[in-house]
Ligand binder design. Structure first.
Ligand SMILES: [Mg+2]
Length: 261
């Protein structure tokens, strides 16, 4: 059963590890995915929360690290991109799972070609993956699905993920849940209570992982979910994060701030 997350629920920054999806969780979903941005007041809350937790905060997104950074600019936060395929933690070093670059280039070309033949479809190449957005042409959902499914079946190295008005082919079997579980083994996350917030189907693996670890899983918005808690919208989630950040303020000078100008 999913309860409403009450802002009074104490999220102690020193004891919590925050894992946050980006689109639909921290940033409004817009017609053109390339135009989506994290609003400056939300960015400020994330910055303060990262400081208050000693960087025990990671964005966990289907987007690439480059796209995540663009959405939060000039703030750079620890992040897991492409559903776990790319990782950049507090030391700033980027790790990526291996994939066949030549096969990936062929896959990107196939999806780009398909999109070019259907007005309004947007191909979205990323390291080790390619997404196809059909937000502007919802009537093409079934056709897009059949096309992406066909590509997936042709290469056993691929997985097909579906989200809100988007389908994605990714090399490997990484999931947000697996990423969260592996981050929880290492500093500064280890030993804390995991908190994971997300809005989409691909976040369900994250909710399940956090539930197994006795943490707090939070679904943003409507829809069936394994999450234990729910908030109505982005503003309600950010309000809870802001309260947590305010509690974390005294730790500020110990944490490592990394942002670019
Ligand atoms: Mg999302």
């Amino acid at each position: 059963m999913t309860e409403i997350l009450q802002p009074s629920l104490v999220l102690a920054p020193a004891r919590t590890a925050f894992f946050l999806d980006v689109d639909g969780t921290l940033a409004e979903i817009v017609a053109d995915p390339q135009q989506a941005r994290v609003a400056p007041p939300v960015r400020d809350v994330l910055h303060r929360l990262a400081l208050g937790t000693g960087d025990a905060l990671a964005l966990v997104s289907g987007r690439s690290l480059a796209q995540i950074d663009r959405m939060l600019a000039p703030l750079i936060l620890p992040a897991v991109g492409v559903h776990g395929l790319e990782r950049r933690l507090q030391d700033g070093a980027v790790t990526r799972f291996d994939y066949d670059a030549q096969a990936h280039a062929g896959l990107v070309a196939a999806v780009t070609d398909f999109a070019a033949r259907h007005d309004g479809l947007e191909p979205d190449p990323k390291p080790g993956a390619v997404a196809l957005h059909y937000r502007k042409r919802p009537a093409l959902a079934a056709q897009c699905h059949a096309f992406m499914q066909g590509l997936c079946e042709a290469d056993p190295a691929l997985s097909l993920l579906s989200g809100k008005m988007v389908l994605e082919l990714i090399y490997g079997r990484q999931t947000k849940g697996e990423a969260v579980q592996s981050l929880m083994q290492q500093p500064p996350f280890a030993g804390r209570i995991p908190f994971f917030a997300g809005d989409d189907v691909t976040d369900e693996t994250g909710f399940a992982a956090v539930n197994r670890m006795g943490g707090l899983s939070v679904k943003v918005g409507e829809g069936a979910t394994a999450a234990r808690y729910r908030v109505a919208d982005i503003a309600a989630l950010v309000h809870c994060l802001d309260l947590a950040a305010r509690q974390g303020a005294p730790q500020r000078e110990q944490s490592q701030r990394r942002d670019v100008s």
